[in-house]
Design a protein. Structure first.
Length: 350
């Protein structure tokens, strides 16, 4: 095995390239993973654009990962063996805080993440420390299964958590604001949970066009029509049972409250930049319409297991979600396409 490998190195915002770097050392009690596929996430794009408070450049990002066990570290005592193919969720939990002890791992106060605490998956090899194995999200990929689909279990995991919290029921109307990959995953999940009507809203006609293959019941271009009034019209003036914001925009949070029916649930899924994170939500609507405001961001191991199963079963159509596949060597080209909004979900193969 060579001493060097190819990996994406981000040196500053909008300054990144594929370079030769040392193959990582195998941590004690950990594994060396040969990367099979790594998906490009919206948070990766934000890091490429603006940096990240938990990332010190130069750095290798990437946290939607599938790979094959290449070597076992000294003192490793886990269940995986050389040659096993794994779907690697990036989150590792402390296991000792109050939330972990209560089984609410998604709220862990000391959560760490591959691609931030540890170098990520846009590389030929990646080290998996013992911490990520013992208290992380690693699932064995079924034999013969598509490893590209397995790599994108991470974003599905967060959506599973959100819809679990929203408790979407048979016959309900669900509105999703944001037609990116997360919004499209939410369409499929809401359908699987029994929603009878699902509407998708976005300002970009290109995004809405990509979302068509997920078969929402209505597609609303918020740049051309009043999205709130359109939802009210489609629901006989009552509004939607559940509204999910899958866009990092203050206006989405405002509109979500305005288009929810009485007693409805508003899921704030999309995070926002700090300087615009306090939108003018009409709290009287929350009060008088008895709305439930639900915030979610990450996931627990149980959500990760379910996500992989849904992808393997085809309940989440990963083949529709992944619109572009690139060699790792073409990372700059692929990332720039994604930054321009021309990729729904891109996956890179070393």
């Amino acid at each position: 095995m060579a001493d060097t490998m190819r990996a994406v190195v981000v040196r500053a915002p909008m300054e990144f390239a594929v370079e030769d770097v040392p193959v990582p050392e195998i941590p004690e009690g950990g594994l060396l993973l040969k990367i099979l596929a790594c998906g490009l996430c919206g948070s990766d794009l934000r890091t490429l654009r603006m940096g990240h408070r938990k990332v010190t450049f130069p750095w290798t990002i990437g946290h939607e990962i599938s790979g094959e066990v290449e070597k076992l570290g000294e003192g490793y005592t886990g269940e995986w063996k050389v040659g096993d193919t794994l779907a690697v969720g990036p989150l590792a939990y402390c296991g000792t805080c109050e939330f972990c002890q209560d089984g609410e791992y998604e709220l862990c106060e000391n959560q760490k993440e591959i691609g931030q605490t540890w170098a990520g998956g846009f590389a030929q090899y990646m080290a998996l420390p013992a911490e990520t194995i013992k208290l992380g999200n690693i699932q064995k990929i079924p034999e013969g299964a598509n490893f590209k689909l397995a790599a994108v279990a991470e974003p599905v995991s967060s959506c599973v958590n959100a819809q679990e919290k929203a408790n979407i029921k048979l016959g309900e109307t669900v509105v999703i604001i944001g037609a990116g990959p997360i919004g499209c995953i939410h369409i499929s999940l809401a359908r699987a949970r029994g929603a009878s009507r699902i509407f998708i809203i976005d300002l970009s006609p290109d995004r809405l066009k990509m979302a068509e293959v997920f078969e929402p019941d209505a597609i609303i271009n918020g740049a051309e029509t009043d999205a709130v009034q359109e939802v009210l019209k489609l629901t006989g003036g009552r509004g939607a049972h559940v509204v999910i914001t899958a866009a990092p925009a203050p206006q989405a949070a405002v509109q979500a409250v305005e288009m929810a029916r009485k007693g409805g649930r508003v899921v704030q899924f999309g995070g926002m930049p700090k300087d615009i994170s306090k939108p003018g939500v009409d709290m009287n609507l929350v009060h008088y319409n008895s709305l439930h405001i639900i915030g979610t961001s990450t996931f627990a191991p149980r959500h990760n297991r379910v996500a992989l199963e849904l992808l393997m079963q085809g309940t989440i159509p990963g083949d529709k979600l992944i619109t572009h596949t690139f060699p790792l060597e073409n990372f700059v080209e692929g990332a720039k396409l994604a930054l321009d909004g021309r990729v729904l979900k891109g996956v890179f193969l070393p």
